[in-house]
Design a binder for this molecule. Structure first.
Ligand code: G1P
Length: 303
């Protein structure tokens, strides 16, 4: 039997996650011309930019440091999470205190912005975060994967990490004709809704996918991922892929996958973006009643 206090020592030596990286340097070509001069991450879903949903997820998990990987035309993201003095005077004078709190609520969090000079891929974007992450475990959130705020996927992933001290990827079953749009894993059930990753491949060609379990844009990564990303050469799409870095990491440690059990919207795609907008509007306390009424009337009209 372990001596008394040993569990506490063990718990104390276990790490948790206090940093999150948000890759946001992509060009957003699927939403042109809307994204010609504005970041795709700032496209609003109901009343919040897409990236704010991801930042809120991290806030709910007690993450303290937010590292956003930006690029050309992305300054609006920095302004969005900053304190806005002009609005403060204006909203205060109009007695709109709650709106003021809403717009400035991220200003006391620590945001760091790192510029990814060239769009060399997701793996390269993560590597850009190395000077801010150092040797800590960190979460990665891709903002075009919007997770229903009622479902705390990231919290679940962090809890798995705290127990296993291993990297965790979010996984979702997709239809076989969609496997070429995702990183796809080969995995074995490991109990408790978890899978042990055996292999993974970025956007496999039709008919070659090792399964239909796709990686969704939430990751808990340990800092040893950086050495594996450093040695990579471009692959799928001519880019340095995070999936390849994790594949290389597999030779040194276990990596697990956690099945997404709530709703996830692919807001990087026009149809997915519309679905997110409609469904999240139906959950908005002020909008849900009139919007539902409108949708019912509309359905009648287009039947
Ligand atoms: C990225 C990853 C891919 C993952 C996907 C999830 O691809 O490279 O492995 O399955 O996000 O959304 P992207 O959609 O940026 O091409």
């Amino acid at each position: 039997m372990l001596p008394e206090g040993c569990d506490i020592m063990n718990a104390m030596s276990k790490k948790t996650v206090t940093k999150a990286v948000f890759p946001a340097a992509g060009l957003g070509t699927r939403f042109l011309p809307a994204t010609k001069a504005s970041p795709k991450e700032m496209l609003p879903i109901v009343d919040k930019p897409q990236i704010e949903y991801a930042v809120e997820e991290a806030v709910r998990c007690g993450i303290r440091d937010y590292i956003i990987i930006t690029g050309k035309n992305k300054r609006a993201i920095e302004d969005h999470f900053d304190f806005v003095h002009e609005l403060e005077d204006n909203l205060k004078s109009k007695g709109k205190q709650s709106l003021l709190e809403q717009v400035n609520r991220f200003s006391h969090h620590s945001f760091a912005y790192i510029r990814q000079g060239r769009p060399l891929g997701l793996g390269h974007a993560i590597l850009c975060a190395k000077p801010c992450v150092n040797d800590e475990t960190f979460a990665v959130l891709l903002s075009d994967d919007v997770i229903d705020p009622a479902y705390n996927l990231l919290r679940e992933m962090i809890e798995h990490y705290e127990r296993l001290q291993s990297p965790i990827l979010a996984l979702m079953e997709v239809s076989p004709e969609d496997t070429d749009k995702y990183g796809i894993v080969k995995a074995e059930p490991a109990g408790d809704g978890l899978y042990r990753i055996v292999d993974l491949v970025e956007k496999p060609k039709a008919g070659t996918a090792p399964s239909n379990l796709a990686i969704i844009g939430r990751y808990i990564l340990t800092s040893d991922i950086f050495e594996h990303l450093e040695g990579l050469t471009p692959s799928s799409g001519g880019e340095i892929q995070l999936t390849d870095g994790i594949r290389s990491l597999l030779s040194t440690r276990q990596v697990y996958g956690c099945i997404v059990r709530g709703t996830r919207y692919d807001a990087g795609d026009k149809l997915g973006f519309l679905k997110a907008t409609v469904e999240l509007a139906l959950k908005d306390s002020a909008l849900k009643k009139p919007f539902r009424k409108y949708l019912i009337e509309l359905t009648e009209r287009i039947r």
